[in-house]
Write a new protein. Structure first.
Length: 287
């Protein structure tokens, strides 16, 4: 048993043993059941998660989002550009016992300070945090031949609030190249889950150039161009108060609050951005 799960499994183990007191189940089966962390535990009863990250659940809806993407604890999952690890804090312990988590972080060849420091801090946490200890760190750059996981090995590839970066750097080609990499990593029938800041469809495309917002239709078109089948869209992460027209783009809103004290109460009241949540599938017939 791994120490990280000791507290979580103690109470669960007592109830499971009582239910199996007639001897109908083996000790091995009881132990396996006790070791399985539920998604609710990974989100709400998880000592790895920081207090600040817990406060953002109201905007990011992790239980509903991961359930929509069909993430199960025995899957192989790739998280793209995990940054400081907001979703990693949930995925790492959830997958630790029976699944596998690849963290496709910024490329080691990056020279920009933000990317270098973010990857360095993440690598250090993997080395020190028991909940992160089984993570396999890979790398991803949309304009490079990145192996984010062995080809055809992943059940799920998940990317949260990243497409706008690839678009701002390389336009539609950058987004399509990213999706092509995800397609290669997924098993036939595997799912790509995408969340990003939504630009209203009636705005000019030029509003995607630097605002941090991106059109849902562009994401769908790029995924289909890479070979994916569009499965479904969810309004789990909708925010009707977000007008997507701020002086510093999406970074005007929480958590960045790029204007500091200027109109702070207004932006706090709006909350985090309006986001689309999309699910795509690699066709079963893919080789």
């Amino acid at each position: 048993m791994k120490n990280f799960f000791a507290l979580l499994t103690l109470a669960a183990g007592v109830s499971i043993l009582a239910a199996c007191s007639d001897g109908s189940d083996s000790g091995t089966a009881v132990e396996a059941a006790a070791d399985t962390m539920t998604l609710e535990q990974a989100v709400n009863d998880n000592p790895t998660r920081s207090a600040n990250n817990l406060k953002r659940d109201m905007y990011r809806n992790p239980i509903e989002t991961l359930r929509f993407f069909g993430v199960e604890p025995d899957m192989t999952v790739v998280e793209i550009w995990p940054g400081a690890g907001w979703y990693t804090e949930i995925l790492a312990p959830y997958l630790q016992e029976n699944g596998k988590l690849y963290a496709a972080h910024f490329a080691q060849s990056e020279t920009r300070d933000y990317y270098v420091n973010s990857r360095k801090q993440f690598v250090e946490r993997v080395a020190k945090d028991p909940a992160f200890s089984d993570i396999i760190i890979t790398e991803f750059a949309p304009d490079a031949d990145s192996e984010i996981a062995p080809p055809g090995s992943a059940d799920r590839v998940l990317t949260f609030r990243n497409l706008h970066n690839w678009y701002m750097n390389s336009g539609t080609d950058g987004v399509q190249a990213a999706f092509a990499t995800f397609y290669t990593a997924l098993k036939p029938g595997g799912i790509l889950g995408v969340v990003d800041h939504r630009l209203p469809e009636n705005r000019p495309d030029t509003h995607m150039d630097s605002s941090g917002y991106i059109k849902q239709s562009l994401a769908i078109d790029a995924a289909e161009a890479a070979g994916f089948e569009f499965v479904d869209a969810s309004e789990i992460n909708v925010n009707s108060e977000d007008t997507a027209d701020y002086p510093r783009g999406v970074w005007t809103l929480p958590p960045t609050l790029g204007l500091g004290e200027e109109n702070l109460e207004r932006y706090l009241e709006i909350g985090e951005s309006d986001r689309f949540t999309l699910k795509f599938k690699k066709p079963e017939s893919s080789s």
